[in-house]
Design a protein around this ligand. Structure first.
Ligand code: SAM
Ligand code: DTB
Ligand code: SF4
Length: 314
């Protein structure tokens, strides 16, 4: 079977379909590759918060605006703190533990400490994921050798919109990190953010870039912008929730075998909107009370929603 080439035009044509037709197609694709009633759960921990050198316009952790966002600069967490959080995530039912750091990229000494954290997570029997920013020469191999399962590094938005969101690094540099992660043999978690004032074309172009990574990322987080006060995006125009669902459906159709994660922004979503996202092919969530600096839907609310929808955890 030849896989279709997901140009931005081809993805945009998906967005243009009548909503019911788009969801029907997404369901068909989803059911060919996954149990439509099973949802994977990952928990997140910020292992180093704030004080980041970069200027990503959606992010609360840039050093340039921490007075406005009120995020305190923290140090890299101690191993014991990570162990406690990872154990709690496992007990709550997460199958993957993701650790994020507010860095442009890791320094060698920090990378060695983070590798110890990966070992702790793996010893607990969970999958481990890291998101540390841009990787330098040899760093991806070191992480792979430590047994890291996934590296998260998002393209975040369509290439044509990227410089309106970030000026301190290019999207091409992020692509280089993705290539080194792949060459080192790790799985890629790569997605983006919608609701930043981008056009539908830009959303289609982001999905086209993701689907063309060849192979597509094993895990695709679709974040809804959390408009954080004090960031340049605090007043981003609201996105039609159906357009968010369309983005999930287009991701599912263009990346049939990837886990599509309904990521940031769930706390602000109704149960009905989340159910539509699951119907559109989302089959993974961030699970636990906190993302990195913002809140997440409560685990008890998630469990109640799973029960009402007859969803089971993977
Ligand atoms: N510093 C590393 C990097 O930029 O890759 C890792 C941490 S960074 C916070 C991870 C991802 O979180 C970003 O790529 C972005 O997709 C997402 N993110 C950050 N702030 C967000 C927000 N306010 N709303 C939605 N997603 C956000
Ligand atoms: C991803 O795509 N989303 C997560 C995770 N990967 C690291 C982060 C969401 C952050 C939301 C804003 C915050 O909590 O600061
Ligand atoms: Fe730094 Fe990552 Fe936030 Fe950008 S998204 S400012 S690189 S922590």
């Amino acid at each position: 079977m030849t896989s279709p080439s997901w140009t931005a035009d081809a993805v945009e044509a998906l967005f243009e379909l009548p909503f019911n037709d788009l969801l029907f197609r997404a369901q068909q694709v989803h059911r060919q590759h996954f149990d439509a009633n099973a949802i994977q759960r990952s928990s997140l921990l910020s292992i180093k918060t704030g004080g980041c050198s970069e200027d990503c316009g959606y992010c609360s952790q840039s050093a340039r605006r921490d007075e406005e966002t009120g995020i305190e600069r923290g140090k890299l967490l101690e191993l014991d703190e990570v162990k406690v959080a990872a154990k709690a995530a496992k007990e709550a039912g997460a199958s993957r533990f993701c650790m994020g750091a507010a860095w442009r990229g890791p320094k060698e000494g920090d990378l060695d400490k983070v590798i110890e954290m990966v070992r702790v997570v793996k010893d607990l029997g969970m999958e481990a994921c890291l998101t540390l920013g841009l990787l330098g020469p040899g760093q991806a191999q070191k992480l792979a050798a430590a047994g890291l399962d996934y590296y998260n590094h998002n393209l975040d938005t369509g290439a044509e919109f990227y410089d309106q969101v970030v000026t301190t690094h290019s999207q091409a540099a992020r692509m280089d990190t993705l290539i080194s992660v792949r060459s080192a043999g790790m799985k890629i978690c790569c997605g983006g953010i919608v609701g930043m004032g981008e056009s539908r074309r830009v959303r289609a172009s982001l999905l086209s870039q993701l689907a063309s990574l060849n192979p597509a990322p094993e895990s695709v987080p679709i974040n809804h912008l959390v408009a954080i006060p004090g960031t340049p995006m605090e007043n981003a125009p609201p996105l039609d929730p159906f357009e968010f669902v369309r983005t999930i459906a287009a991701a599912r159709i263009s990346m049939p075998t990837s886990w599509v994660r309904l990521s940031a922004g769930r706390q602000e979503m109704s149960d009905e909107l989340q159910a539509l996202c699951f119907l559109a092919g989302a089959n993974s969530i961030f699970y636990g009370e906190k993302l990195l600096t913002t809140g997440n839907a409560e685990a008890t609310r998630d469990q109640a929603l799973f029960d009402r929808l007859g969803l089971k955890a993977v």
